[in-house]
Design a protein around this ligand. Structure first.
Ligand code: FAD
Ligand code: ZN
Length: 468
């Protein structure tokens, strides 16, 4: 307890927005229920000036801050430690859209805006904000930018970094950097914006952002294709890119084990094709019309059937059917959570090398940990797999994690390194992968990262113990 700091925090944001009692697990427990901390207080500022006042108060008392948006992160980055001395700064009340500039194709929004609300606001203005992921109903744009989130539209529109033109940030010194800009070109020195994007709250607090919008496509359409192998999925991706060009906005894959888990936990969700080793989910956005989109899909899928690349396919007949297909894909992490804690690997690899990586690593894991269930799915179009390992059927998940997580991670991450991949494609480092990063990133890169951290946060108060 630190009564003086608490008084200063209350003075900064108002008594009602400094929470110290009652059930705070919505803030102190992470989405996967892997990390539970205890905060000195949960502080909920309403604007950037209040955030700055909170940061200054914490700095005066040497208290560290953990920023939090929707608390959907998967690497424990937004969970305070167990000391009871960290201040949890929730951005959720900062949820105003400040401006939509249709002619400039930009939208300026506060950090606590929920992603889905931003998609809807853009759509209401006849525009598209393409960032899309399964947590969009509760994650915030501040969290998306702090983790440089990816999701299902990266293939066409890029990740959060590529959708952001400017930022407003409260620095570790409690100053407000007004970097909101709708400029697509601005070469006036180091790119401070890109420094804060993906920094997971370790350099400063993102309080607002100017985001890139896109024209709304005339139609989008979804298809599911059954495949015998990942090699076939890569071949289908190549065909789809060649034929559909920029129209191909999403290309996801799911292995049979992941869809079996969805059937077990969500039997009400229809799976339109008979089980097959792999399924690909394709999304096509068309600037002309639904008929044009359908024709594009049909000719692609016919050619792929003829070439023997795919075994079967179904094109959604309606928006509802499209949604249902996406729902299947997005239910995999939820089905995994229902099944019990699992070992997640969010990895990036050159697309061309993914089939060999999976064949080799699957075999090695089965040899050393007989019966483990490999729940593989993800954004093949971006070279990003969620290569997750679930305990053998019937084995308690907690025991499995306690004894097997470290050796399984070693097998998987050693293979990722051999294949010139990344140990975090889109979820970030947080607490979960900090040690792994320290061992596997180049010492030169780590040195540069530490220099940046030291320069921007010399007292080490911004989300300490994360990333570096
Ligand atoms: P939080 O969890 O609150 O925070 C995440 C990190 O950002 C923490 O380190 C936190 O300290 C920091 N942070 C939060 N807000 C700020 C701020 N304003 N300023 C500075 N730092 C801040 N991610 C993907 O990339 N692609 C996916 O497809 C994807 N799918 C997901 C599906 C599910 C079901 C779930 C639960 C998560 C998924 N994620 C995915 C994880 C993803 O990182 C988060 O959903 C999202 O980007 C985090 O947003 P948030 O507001 O919940 O952030
Ligand atoms: Zn993902």
């Amino acid at each position: 307890m630190n009564p003086e700091l608490l008084n200063e925090l209350r003075a900064a944001v108002g008594d009602a927005q400094v929470l110290t009692e009652g059930d705070l697990s919505a803030y102190e427990l992470d989405w996967r229920k892997r990390f539970r901390g205890r905060a000195l207080a949960v502080v909920r500022p309403a604007n950037s000036q209040e955030v700055a006042a909170v940061v200054r108060a914490c700095a005066r008392h040497g208290a560290s801050l953990v920023p939090q948006g929707g608390n959907t992160g998967l690497v424990g980055g937004a969970t305070p430690d167990t000391s009871g001395r960290q201040v949890l700064l929730s951005l959720q009340r900062m949820n105003r859209v400040r401006e939509i500039d249709a002619a400039n194709l930009t939208m300026t929004v506060e950090a606590g805006c929920v992603l889905q609300a931003l998609q809807q606001q853009a759509k209401a203005a006849g525009l598209l904000f393409p960032l899309s992921l399964a947590a969009e109903g509760s994650c915030t744009i501040g969290g998306n930018l702090a983790t440089n989130a990816g999701g299902t539209q990266v293939l066409r529109y890029g990740n959060a970094r590529e959708l952001c033109l400017g930022l407003e940030v409260v620095t570790a010194a409690g100053e407000v950097w007004e970097g909101l800009s709708g400029l697509r070109k601005d070469n006036t020195g180091y790119d401070l914006r890109d420094l804060f994007i993906g920094s997971e709250g370790t350099l400063g607090i993102i309080t607002a952002a100017t985001l890139k919008l896109h024209p709304l496509p005339a139609a989008s359409m979804t298809a599911l294709a059954a495949l015998d192998s990942l090699e076939a999925a890569v071949a289908l991706l190549q065909m789809a890119q060649a034929r559909l060009g920029a129209g191909l906005t999403g290309f996801e894959v799911m292995n049979e084990a992941s869809l079996a888990l969805v059937r077990r936990h969500f039997p009400q969700l229809p799976q339109p094709l008979a089980p097959s080793p792999w399924m690909a989910l394709l999304e096509l956005s068309d600037t002309e019309s639904a008929e044009h989109a359908r024709a594009g899909f049909e000719s692609l899928l016919e050619a792929a059937l003829e070439a023997g690349t795919i075994a079967d396919a179904a094109v959604a007949e309606s928006i509802e059917q499209s949604r249902a297909l996406w729902h299947l894909r997005e239910s995999i992490p939820l089905a995994q959570a229902e099944e019990g804690l699992n070992i997640k690997h969010d990895i990036a690899l050159p697309v061309s090398r993914i089939p060999a990586f999976v064949a080799e690593t699957d075999a090695e894991l089965q040899r050393r940990f007989p019966g483990v269930r490999l729940i593989d799915f993800g954004h093949l179009g971006d070279g990003n797999l969620h290569y997750n390992v679930q305990a053998p059927e019937g084995q308690a998940a907690a025991d499995f994690l306690a004894t097997q997580e470290a050796p399984i991670n070693e097998v998987v991450y050693d293979a990722v390194q051999r294949y010139a991949g990344s140990i975090s494609a889109e979820h970030g480092i947080g607490q979960l992968k900090r040690e792994e990063l320290a061992q596997r990133k180049s010492p030169v890169a780590l040195g540069l990262m530490r220099s940046i951290k030291q320069a921007l946060d010399p007292a080490g108060l911004m989300n300490p113990g994360r990333m570096v």
